[in-house]
Design a protein around this ligand. Structure first.
Ligand SMILES: [Ca+2]
Ligand SMILES: [Ca+2]
Ligand SMILES: [Ca+2]
Ligand SMILES: [Ca+2]
Length: 374
């Protein structure tokens, strides 16, 4: 189980983190101890709306705490502040959020250890190769689009494919090993599976660019839900930008480099100009606050441009280049997405950890589809 983390810098900003699994009615939070000798203790604040903290807890000198008596199915937002002997408080940490009582699978984690796994789908044979998985199941084949997700809500990714020609979704539930089939969308529809209703299970969904329609099967009720958002050449980029545990409907418009995001927690929208037409959108939670960060990878100069949701600051990182497939994921399990690329020609994965350092290794090759591909 992972923990929400907070960095405390003197009586300055802290960095909070929560556990990968929010157990019924509670969540565990932890932060780095401040090195400032003036720090006397820490006070945790939380509430059910971003930026509005209605509860607090003085944890004295502890640097982790389990917050009980929270409501399952509700998203909570947390900050921590340090205080000195005069009870003067520091600036807040970055805010982290978590929907309580819902297991949230880490993207690309098929084994359930809350680390993204290196994995590929090989269309020519239909094999799924995932590091750490003892078998390489055959599921789907040429022409199928891999649509891994946690459809059964056990915090492990399930393998699955979407077959455009028939509109069929063929899924294998990791919990039971049994297959699940849907007929939903087809033709040029793009699969946009995500947890739109926030019940911890991935919902089958497609985006129809010609009409700008999103068609979602809500796993919680089994009923359909429709959204109209974007269209044309827009690239769908559904993710949880507001950190309430529900996937937000969103598109990146290459023609004007604008991200159009609907926030599920408030129903409001957000327009952010970030990137350009030749960029690949790579939204992911790079700062580990529970909110997806807007980011693009620019192949021509191998640069990643990221806006961190926790601080609103941005970064540029040169990593990878033309021909590489960006595959961000949390490969070391610290709660933050790592910058990474898959180089098809050599089958090499290159990872730059958010904590520093890196790793590269060969897994897969030309023609393989990395499962963390955006
Ligand atoms: Ca699963
Ligand atoms: Ca769901
Ligand atoms: Ca959301
Ligand atoms: Ca974030």
């Amino acid at each position: 189980m992972r923990t929400l983390r907070l960095h405390v810098l003197a009586l300055g900003v802290a960095f909070l983190a929560s556990s990968g699994v929010a157990h019924a009615g509670s969540v565990k939070l932890a932060w780095d101890a401040s090195q400032d000798p003036a720090v006397f203790g820490y006070r945790l604040y939380w509430g059910t709306q971003s930026g509005q903290y209605t509860s607090s807890l003085d944890v004295r000198t502890a640097t982790s705490v389990t917050v009980p008596n929270l409501t399952d199915g509700t998203a909570y937002y947390f900050i921590v502040r340090a205080y000195n002997s005069l009870n003067t408080e520091s600036a807040p940490s970055i805010e982290v959020s978590r929907r309580i009582g819902i297991a949230q699978a880490v993207a690309g984690d098929f084994t359930g250890d809350f680390l993204s796994d290196v994995g590929i789908f090989r269309p020519s044979t239909g094999n799924w190769f995932v590091a750490g998985m003892t078998s390489a199941p055959v599921w789907g084949g040429a022409g199928d689009v891999p649509v891994a997700g946690d459809y059964d809500g056990d915090a492990k990714m399930d393998i699955g494919v979407f077959r455009r020609t028939t509109g069929k979704w063929y899924l294998v539930q990791s919990r039971t090993g049994t297959a699940l089939e849907y007929t939903w969308g087809g033709g040029t529809d793009r699969p946009v599976q995500g947890d739109y209703d926030g019940d911890g299970r991935t919902d089958v969904a497609v985006f129809r660019a010609a009409t700008g329609k999103w068609y979602v099967i809500q796993s919680g009720t089994g009923t359909g839900r429709e959204y109209t958002w974007g269209g044309g050449t827009d690239i769908p980029v559904p993710a949880d930008y507001d950190g309430d545990g529900k996937t937000d409907v969103a598109v990146f418009r290459p023609s004007n480099g604008t991200w159009y995001v609907t926030k599920s927690n408030t129903g409001t929208s957000l327009n952010v100009v970030w990137g350009s037409g030749a960029d690949t959108p790579v939204p992911s939670d790079y700062d580990g606050d529970g909110k997806t960060d807007i980011a693009v990878f620019r192949p021509v100069n191998g640069t990643w441009y990221i806006i961190y949701s926790g601080t609103g600051t941005s970064s540029t990182n040169v990593f990878g280049g033309l021909g590489d497939t960006p595959v961000p994921g949390d490969f070391d399990g610290d709660g933050r997405s790592d910058i990474a690329v898959f180089r098809p020609f050599t089958g090499t994965w290159y990872i730059a950890f958010a904590r520093g350092g890196g790793q590269s290794f060969v897994f897969g090759g030309p023609g393989d589809v990395p499962l963390l591909k955006r």
